[in-house]
Design a protein around this ligand. Structure first.
Ligand code: GDP
Length: 474
């Protein structure tokens, strides 16, 4: 094998807490930097499915465009090469729709690599997700609160092996009969799922598992043809790209580390492996060739009902939520806001082997008193800097010092990035041009203290939602 440069211009970008940290924005900026430096870029997604949503605001000739992707890597909006890794819960129909949107919006016309090992998510996974939720409600008295995108049932099928359909099978002529066998193995569950109120299937005249099979086959026929040329041995392509010394691989994570199936906090995790080291394992990438970037918002947010030690159940939280427009693009659900939690960041830095941190939404946190959690008191047993598996019962321990900074004058409501762009873009640019040392003293101190506590440095400071609104600290 050829030697690998250790310059680390390739990256893996993961969320450090509960997701929605702004990973796509950070990635978009790093992709732009590579492209501007004349390097080729491949942007693979490595896990999860359409349950995650990324939003970016891209400047085009006709103004700012909001682009939301659930399945396609965010590089479609930057027209770099894109890829899907083996651990992705791949929804081909959704993927192809988003790629087609990106063609229209951004002229996407670059290469697509789909790992032959990637498993395909079908409509029955979604219906079974709904069934499992109903069962959880009945037996446990509490639903999991999934996005019902079929992710949990998909990963169960992947692990069972006999019920897994990978992309290499999906695009082969044997697909119809294989799907039939898999649906036969799952007959009981599919029948139970069909018995629920599935209006779309009822309208389409689906009455039996056999009808359902034919309906799925018809739904996928065109997309299977379109995707056939892109199915490949991704691990070799990525390895050759890295060894060429001319290509940067920018790997994209979904969700956030605290939702990881093993290392997250219980309950309310997701079904996939989210850590940066999982990305390396599933894409066959060498650790020494990549820089691992953890993304964290100043104030973490959490969608759904999951426990959050620093939940700001007060005016601060309500104002931050409104001002920052903290509502999920996938589900429309409100994201609850918390005070900064350095205990979790320190843990996330450790379990992901993070090299550098991108801190986002610094603008949203301006003009407020920001207090920071630096310890967890578990049931009055003493303050610890460790994150237990279960967060219930933890009392956050806040530092005596709080921080307050002012970056630029801005309207109280920043929730619509397009509306405030004209007014703010030059002010944001001025802050970025002035550089790190000219930031407000409290913000500099906040960043330096976080560096010390977490043990890894903040190297990127995001002060706006739009591509490029990022201050790099050298
Ligand atoms: P992701 O899944 O981690 O990429 O995050 P989402 O797409 O769910 O949400 C991130 C949102 O925050 C996007 O709308 C971004 O444009 C926005 N965003 C990211 N960084 C910043 C920032 O520094 N300031 C502001 N105001 N918005 C940001």
């Amino acid at each position: 094998m050829t030697s690998i440069s250790t310059e680390n211009t390739s990256t893996v970008t993961v969320g450090m807490v509960w997701g929605d940290e702004g990973k796509a924005k950070v990635l978009t900026d790093n992709i732009a930097e590579s492209l501007e430096a004349g390097r080729d870029v491949i942007n693979p997604r490595f896990q999860g499915g359409a349950n995650a949503g990324h939003t970016v605001y891209v400047r085009t000739e006709s103004g700012i465009v909001e682009f939301i992707s659930h399945m396609a890597p965010i590089g479609v909006a930057s027209n770099c090469k894109i890829a899907e890794g083996p651990d992705v819960a791949f929804n081909p129909i959704q993927f192809w729709k988003e790629v087609s949107d990106a063609k229209k919006l951004f002229g996407f016309n670059n290469d697509i690599y789909l790992s032959e090992r990637t498993g395909v998510l079908f409509d029955y996974h979604k219906k079974i997700d709904k069934l499992h939720e109903a069962e959880a409600g009945r037996v446990l008295g509490k639903k999991v609160g999934t996005t019902q995108s079929g992710i949990g049932p998909f990963y169960m099928d992947n692990a069972r092996r006999t019920t897994r359909i990978t992309l290499v099978d999906y695009v082969s002529p044997e697909f119809n009969s294989l799907l039939g066998k898999v649906m036969e193995l799952k007959r009981q569950e599919i029948e139970a799922a069909l018995a629920l109120d599935n209006e779309d299937l009822r309208k389409a005249g689906v009455r039996s598992v056999s009808d359902y099979h034919d309906w799925i086959v018809a739904q996928h026929e065109g997309v299977r043809r379109e995707l056939r040329p892109f199915v490949c041995r991704l691990e070799y392509i990525l390895r050759r790209a890295i060894e060429s010394g001319k290509t940067d691989v920018h790997v994209e994570g979904g969700q956030g580390s605290m939702l990881d199936v093993n290392m997250g906090t219980t309950p309310d995790q997701t079904a996939s492996h989210l850590l940066a080291t999982d990305a390396l394992a599933s894409l066959g990438l060498p650790r020494r060739a990549v820089k691992i970037i953890g993304v964290a918002k100043v104030c973490p947010t959490r969608v759904g009902g999951g426990y959050m030690p620093t939940l700001a159940d007060d005016e601060f939280g309500a104002e931050m939520q409104k001002n920052s427009g903290e509502f999920g693009k996938t589900t429309g659900r409100a994201r609850r806001v918390g005070y900064p939690d350095w205990v979790i960041l320190r843990y996330a830095a450790m379990i992901n082997d993070i090299d550098e941190i991108a801190l986002t939404r610094i603008d949203n946190a301006q003009d407020r008193d920001i207090k920071v959690c630096i310890g967890y008191d578990t049931n009055g047993l003493g303050v610890s800097r460790e994150v237990p598996m279960k967060l219930q019962g933890i009392i956050p321990f806040y530092d005596m010092k709080s921080y307050r900074w002012h970056l630029f004058d801005a309207p109280a409501d920043l929730s619509d990035p397009i509306k405030v762009d004209v007014e703010l873009k030059s002010r944001r640019k001025a802050v970025i041009d002035a550089g790190f040392d000219n930031l407000p003293a409290d913000l500099i101190e906040y960043v330096r203290n976080q560096d010390k506590y977490v043990g890894k440095p903040v190297t990127m400071l995001s002060i706006g939602p739009t591509q490029g609104e990022m201050l790099r600290r050298h």
